[in-house]
Design a protein around this ligand. Structure first.
Ligand code: F6P
Length: 320
């Protein structure tokens, strides 16, 4: 029976991570398991930045954005030597198993530690919704709400000024934030890694919307890392009826109090993580699929193809 577990948050922070930390801590303590918070992700494992967590340490954090444990990216964690040092540090602290809340890089780290003898369970914490093994990641719903609130505001001013707002959202090579925002805000166009990008096509479509459909304004949602949105906005101004303006929502998408849906997902997944560790299982990741809590081996999850978004892209096209 596991007696002491650690919990850490790693990679980009996401609203709901605190609710997950709280859930892991409370469920474990209620089962007689000690909990140690690891500060600053895998870096904290290396620096032995540990803090025992009590019921009170996780009080009043459910509604807070960010992560009270801090987060970091540690590319060196891929190195064998670094992992071995972390294992030593964990053993010295008497930490027998670990819950890792983060993205796929964090999952890979957890898998390596499991193979070296410390059972790890991964929870999907990222706004990008790009983690296999779950329908939605912790943080996606809150980030989506932030995007929708902001795009609604941009629509007000674009419609007053006959403008085309080009709005860049995050996603790390996954188009979900752009797609879900585009549908929720009634955008005119969505450009993601899944749709591909052709500048001429975008200009042609905007020309058509302006000249043939007589649209007063237009909203274009675009995933990050696709093109220079300022340059695209200038082209829109020079080549179409609209005056183009680019807005990069940026890190604002990562902040804010988590939505009830993110709090629920985080609480459910935290519970499952502790249950798995109590059963002696490691190297798995937790998700919610069709509203049922689920877990699969991390390796299997990482190899699974992403669920197709075809139906949602089709819906978007049919709503324009
Ligand atoms: O993975 C979360 C994320 O916010 C991505 O959407 C984005 O590409 C990246 O992190 C930004 O990372 P950083 O905070 O290091 O700039």
């Amino acid at each position: 029976m596991v007696r002491k577990i650690g919990v850490l948050t790693s990679g980009g922070d996401a609203p709901g991570m605190n609710a997950a930390i709280r859930s892991v801590t409370r469920i474990a303590l209620n089962n007689g398991i000690e909990v140690v918070g690891v500060h600053n992700g895998y870096k904290g494992l290396l620096d032995e930045n540990f803090e025992p967590l009590t019921r009170a340490s996780v009080s009043d954090i459910m509604d807070r954005g960010g992560t009270v444990l801090g987060s970091a990216r540690l590319p060196e964690f891929r190195e064998d030597e670094v992992q071995n040092q972390c294992i030593k540090n964990l053993k010295r602290a008497g930490i027998e198993a670990l819950v890792v809340i983060g993205g796929d890089g964090s999952y890979r780290g957890g898998l390596s530690l499991t193979r070296k003898g410390i059972n790890c369970i991964g929870l999907p914490g990222t706004i990008d919704n790009d983690i296999p093994g779950t329908d939605f990641t912790i943080g996606f719903d809150t980030a989506l709400q932030t995007c929708v609130e902001n795009v609604d505001k941009l629509r007000d001013t674009s419609s007053s000024h006959h403008r085309c707002s080009i709005v860049e959202v995050m996603g790390n090579h996954c188009g979900d934030l752009a797609l879900y925002t585009a549908i929720s805000c009634g955008a005119e166009m969505v450009i993601t890694p899944e749709t591909g990008y052709d500048e001429l096509e975008v200009i042609e479509k905007l020309r058509y919307l302006g000249e043939a459909v007589h649209k007063n304004h237009a909203i274009v949602l675009i995933s990050e890392k696709i093109c220079d949105v300022d340059a695209l906005a200038k082209k829109v101004t020079s080549m179409t009826d609209f005056s183009g303006r680019a807005t990069v929502l940026g890190h604002i998408q990562r902040g804010g109090s988590p939505t009830p849906m993110d709090r629920m997902r985080a609480s459910r997944m935290g519970e499952k993580a502790v249950d798995l560790l109590m059963e002696g299982i490691g190297g798995h990741c937790v998700g919610i699929i069709d509203n049922e809590i689920a877990s699969v081996p991390i390796q299997e999850a990482l190899e699974r193809p992403r669920k197709s978004r075809k139906a949602l892209y089709r819906l978007f096209d049919r709503l324009v």
